[in-house]
Design a protein around this ligand. Structure first.
Ligand code: TYD
Length: 233
C-alpha cells in the first residue's frame, strides 16, 4: 500500500503501531510482552485486534472465523473484515490517536491486502478502495511483520486449535499453497514499504523476539509518528 500521508494522518497525533504475520506467528504473545515492557516505562498503549477490537467487531469476528461458515463468499468476507475495521477506526483508534496515545493493533489493512487481495486473489486495488472508505487514509506509523515459514505456521495453529478446541478454524483449514501465498505477499509488502514495515524473525524464543521488537519500536516512539525510518537492510 502506498506510503502517503492523508487527511486522517495529518489530523492526528499519537503513534499507530501494527503487528502483522501469518497465523501462529506469535503476534498476540509479542503484543502482550511489548505492552509489559512499555508499561514499565509508564506507557499504556490502547490495544486493538482485528477482526474484533470492539463489541460489534467481535460479533463480526465470530461470523468470519467460524469453521461452520465454510461457504462464506470471498466478497462478503472482504466486506466483513472492513466492517470490523471501520468500526474500530471510528470507535477506538482515531479517538485514542486524537488524545495523543499509542495504539497497537493486532493486524490492520496489510492483512486484508495479503490474505484477500493476494492469497485469495481478489486483487489489491479493491482492498485499497475499501481501505480509503473505511480507514480514510489512516496508515500505521510502523508495522512489525513477524515472519515464520508456512510449515511453522501450520504446526503452531494445529497445536493451538487442538489445545483450545477452538471453533475459529475457518482460515486455518486453507491449503499449504494459500499459506505460502500469504507469506510471499507479506514479504512483498515489506519490500514495497521499506520505511514502514520492519521484518522480525518469528522463529526464536518469545523473549528474544520481544527484545528485537523493542529495539525497533523504542527509537521510533522517541522520534514521533512522522519521523523517517531507516529502510530494511
Ligand atoms: P488472528 O486472530 O490474528 O489469528 P492468529 O492469531 O491465528 O494470527 O486472525 C484471524 C484470521 O483472520 C487469520 O487467519 C487471518 C485472517 N484475516 C484475514 O484474512 N483478513 C484480514 O483482513 C484480517 C484482519 C484477518
Amino acid at each position: 500500500m502506498a506510503e502517503q500521508p492523508s487527511s486522517a494522518v495529518e489530523a492526528r497525533g499519537g503513534f499507530f503501531l501494527s503487528f502483522e504475520g501469518m497465523d501462529g506467528a506469535g503476534k498476540g504473545t509479542q503484543i502482550d510482552l511489548l505492552v509489559e515492557l512499555l508499561s514499565a516505562l509508564g506507557l499504556h498503549p490502547v490495544v486493538n485486534r482485528e477482526p474484533g477490537g470492539t463489541l460489534i467487531g467481535q460479533q463480526i469476528r465470530t461470523i468470519l472465523l467460524d469453521a461452520a461458515n465454510s461457504h462464506l463468499r470471498p466478497t462478503a468476507e472482504l466486506l466483513l473484515y472492513f466492517a470490523s475495521r471501520a468500526q474500530a477506526v471510528d470507535e477506538v483508534i482515531l479517538p485514542a490517536l486524537g488524545r495523543g496515545e499509542l495504539v497497537i493493533t493486532d493486524r490492520f489493512t496489510d492483512s486484508t491486502l495479503v490474505y484477500q487481495g493476494m492469497a485469495r486473489g481478489l486483487g489489491t486495488q479493491v482492498v485499497e478502495h475499501l481501505d480509503a472508505i473505511s480507514c480514510r487514509g489512516l496508515v500505521p506509523d510502523l508495522t512489525i511483520l513477524l515472519d515464520i515459514d508456512p510449515a511453522t505456521s501450520l504446526a503452531r495453529t494445529s497445536a493451538r486449535n487442538a489445545a483450545t478446541a477452538s471453533t475459529e478454524t475457518r482460515l486455518d483449514e486453507e491449503s499449504r499453497e494459500f499459506h505460502t501465498r500469504v507469506r510471499e505477499g507479506y514479504l512483498a509488502l515489506a519490500t514495497a514499504n521499506p520505511h514502514r514495515v520492519v521484518v522480525v524473525d518469528g522463529s526464536p524464543g518469545p523473549r528474544e523476539i520481544a527484545n528485537a521488537i523493542f529495539e525497533v519500536v523504542l527509537p521510533r516512539l522517541l522520534l514521533g509518528p512522522m519521523a523517517p525510518l531507516e529502510a530494511n537492510p
